[in-house]
Design a protein around this ligand. Structure first.
Ligand code: GTP
Ligand code: MG
Length: 453
């Protein structure tokens, strides 16, 4: 039997600084959909929103469906202090594309810059959503209109102000090594990053951003999106969560193949590979359901790209960012080896002497270690999860006091670690905590310089 091949839905990460409008943009896209019973309706997934091409065509108007062969877009919202784009899939980034949302009135902030650095490291195509144009003084709202239409209806002063703000973004992007332009002036998507002025609140420019994303997917990634629809499922674990009545569960973004109830799966724990069997697959129900037990709908199988909650035995200890693979046919050893390999790949270059690093996901750990490497800061140990007492003790015994430091990215410090740190014998140890990598590095470097004196 020939394997059916199809173009899967591209995965789009929505990134940007806190409060710049990521969730509002997704809400706007969801809110514009017509009744949810009709075919092609937007659906809510675990950790993601699936917008089928019909809905995008309806919203953007200008697109001719005939020329489009991507089935839609799967958007992943990343909360302010999370960089899900650092999650990997088969050695690359999980996201096929990204939207970097920036408040046009505030410009780039630390997390915007961090998002851009991550996208550059992974060579992920992206567009800039220059959000909150409705806040430009004197802006006249034209609800839901394409950008050029609403722009033409603004007075000269307002137009000039928008242009100035867009050029400030162009300038900032250029400092970071990216060529960019307002999207309607871009003729070559491969050379220039598109800046789309939008308002997530009024919907102005939202049709354009959808169009640009489809254009990017169409032109630059159609072949990489080709998957075998009935092949064994492959995904990335976003979160490991305990759910009432379900026990430990995994929130997974499936980017290839099909995942079924009863499938044997392989995932990675902190220090071992875990094999288990899918007990149930769960999709969120519409918001109106209130009973916890009824929050999810059980499905028998799901095909990429999709977000799904997986319940199974033995999930304790699975790490966020872990690959998830389905065993099908007699390929157990091969699959286990693949997962082991992917985890090892991510592992950071370790030295005999160096700092200890911690992060909330494997991808985040990797992003942190890459940046440290760039700053020639050696790492002695790297692990996913909160900072433990043991980490503090270990940092305390490092021979070179300039490395008696723990860098914790997006992850808390456990109370007994804090107690240990207060111990007189550990007074030379420091912990650097935060959600922005380069700030953590700056803080560490500053501390080290002070110690040297
Ligand atoms: P985090 O998830 O916390 O990182 O924030 P976010 O990027 O998801 O921002 P969110 O969508 O929650 O928006 C933050 C605030 O900005 C909210 O009060 C929104 O109502 C407001 N906001 C977002 N987009 C717009 C816009 O286009 N215009 C105006 N005027 N306000 C906006
Ligand atoms: Mg948000």
């Amino acid at each position: 039997m020939a394997k059916e091949s199809k173009i899967r839905t591209p995965i789009v990460c929505v990134m940007g600084h806190v409060d710049h409008g990521k969730t509002s943009l997704l809400d706007r896209i969801r809110g514009s959909s017509v009744v949810s019973t009709e075919a092609g309706a937007i659906t809510q997934h675990i950790g993601a929103t699936l917008v089928p091409i019909d809905a995008i065509v309806r919203m953007s108007g200008a697109l001719s469906k005939v020329n489009v062969n991507v089935p839609g877009l799967l958007f992943i919202d990343t909360p302010g202090h999370h960089a899900f784009t650092t999650l990997r899939a088969r050695g690359g980034a999980l996201a096929d594309m990204a939207i970097v949302v920036v408040d046009i009135n505030e410009g780039f902030r630390p997390q915007t810059i961090e998002a851009l650095q991550i996208l550059r490291n992974y060579r992920t195509p992206f567009v800039i959503a220059a959000n909150k144009i409705d806040r430009i003084h004197g802006w006249r709202v034209n609800e839901g209109q394409p950008f050029l239409k609403t722009f033409a209806q603004q007075n000269e002063r307002v137009q000039g102000m928008l242009e100035t703000k867009v050029y400030e973004l162009v300038g900032k992007l250029s400092e970071l090594g990216f060529n960019s332009e307002r999207f309607d002036r871009v003729s070559d998507f491969a050379r220039n990053i598109c800046i789309v002025p939008i308002s997530a609140l009024t919907g102005e420019g939202v049709p354009d951003i959808l169009m640009v994303l489809i254009g990017l997917a169409q032109r630059y990634m159609t072949e990489s999106l080709r998957v075998s629809a009935d092949g064994p499922g492959a995904g990335t674990v976003l979160e490991v969560k305990e759910e009432r009545g379900l026990g430990m569960t995994l929130d997974v973004i499936l980017y290839d193949g099909t995942l079924k109830v009863g499938d044997e799966i392989v995932v990675a724990g902190n220090d071992q590979i875990i094999e288990t069997k899918v007990r149930s697959l769960l999709q969120p129900r519409p918001m109106k359901e209130i009973l916890i037990e009824e929050r999810f709908e059980r499905v028998k199988s799901i095909t990429a790209a999709a977000g799904i909650k997986v319940a199974a035995p033995k999930l304790e200890g699975v790490i966020a960012g872990s690959p998830l693979r389905v065993i099908r046919g007699g390929n157990r050893d091969e699959v286990v080896e693949q997962v082991r390999h992917e985890i090892q790949d991510i592992q950071v270059n370790l030295s005999d002497i160096g700092v200890i690093i911690r992060a909330d996901t494997i991808g985040a750990l990797e992003a942190l270690s890459k940046e440290l490497e760039g700053h020639q800061i050696q790492v002695m140990r790297a692990a996913v999860g909160p900072v433990t007492r043991h980490d503090v003790i270990e940092a305390g015994t490092i021979k070179d006091p300039l490395y008696s430091a723990i860098i914790a990215f997006n992850t808390p410090v456990l109370p007994d670690a804090i107690d240990m740190l207060a111990d007189a014998s550990m007074s030379h140890v420091s912990i650097f905590e935060g959600g922005v990598i380069y700030q953590l590095i700056d803080d560490y470097v500053e501390w080290r310089e002070e110690k040297k004196q």
